[in-house]
Write a protein that binds this ligand. Structure first.
Ligand code: NI
Length: 182
């Protein structure tokens, strides 16, 4: 396994729309394993392939307290959604920034392929539902900061650019927060 580099906002590659995976083969399984390693080490609770500059529809998430319940999604689709939830979100590609979004569904039902290419469906609520919606946005080239006001987004962008200048190429202070970065 290998730790991958996570792209950071405003890197234009984060705006790429991911294409469907054609076959869940060893290359995709290795990508999934590397994405889990990268996510756990960050640390985060979700990661989309887009964030590691692979523009295929693959997500990994683990919202369990012990971080021992990994779920990989290949070609995920939301087939049902219900309700609204307001949750604070962060993102490994927007380090140190957290904000409240009111745009997420409280419940989603997702259909995807697993690490072996087998179809499965999962019902998700709470953090898992928010996390899946956040990661699926990444596959569309969308970031959670896109839901914030222009003013907030401009401030976030200049703050991250300033931090990067001050710290060299490795970004940001990785502020500790109770909210996990996804
Ligand atoms: Ni994210």
């Amino acid at each position: 396994m290998a730790k991958l580099t996570i792209l950071e906002y405003p890197d234009p590659r984060l705006r790429t729309r991911a294409v469907p995976v054609v076959a869940v083969d060893d290359r995709i399984r290795r990508l999934i394993d590397d994405m889990f390693e990268t996510m756990y080490e960050a640390p985060g609770v979700g990661l989309a392939a887009t964030q590691v500059n692979v523009h295929e529809r693959v997500l990994v998430v683990d919202v369990s307290p012990e971080q021992d319940q990994p779920i990989a999604f290949v070609n995920p689709e939301i087939i049902e959604r219900d309700g609204k939830t307001e949750a604070e979100e962060g993102c490994l590609s927007v380090p140190g920034i957290f904000d409240k979004l009111a745009t997420r569904s409280a419940h989603v039902r997702v259909r995807a392929l697993d690490r072996d290419g087998k179809p499965f469906e999962i019902d998700a609520d709470g953090l898992l539902a928010v996390c899946i919606q956040h990661e699926m946005d990444h596959l569309e080239g969308r970031l959670f900061v896109d839901y914030l006001s222009d003013l907030k987004r401009t401030r976030i962008r200049s703050r991250l650019e300033k931090e990067r200048r001050e710290r060299g190429t490795r970004a940001a202070s990785r502020e500790r927060s109770k909210v996990p970065a996804i």
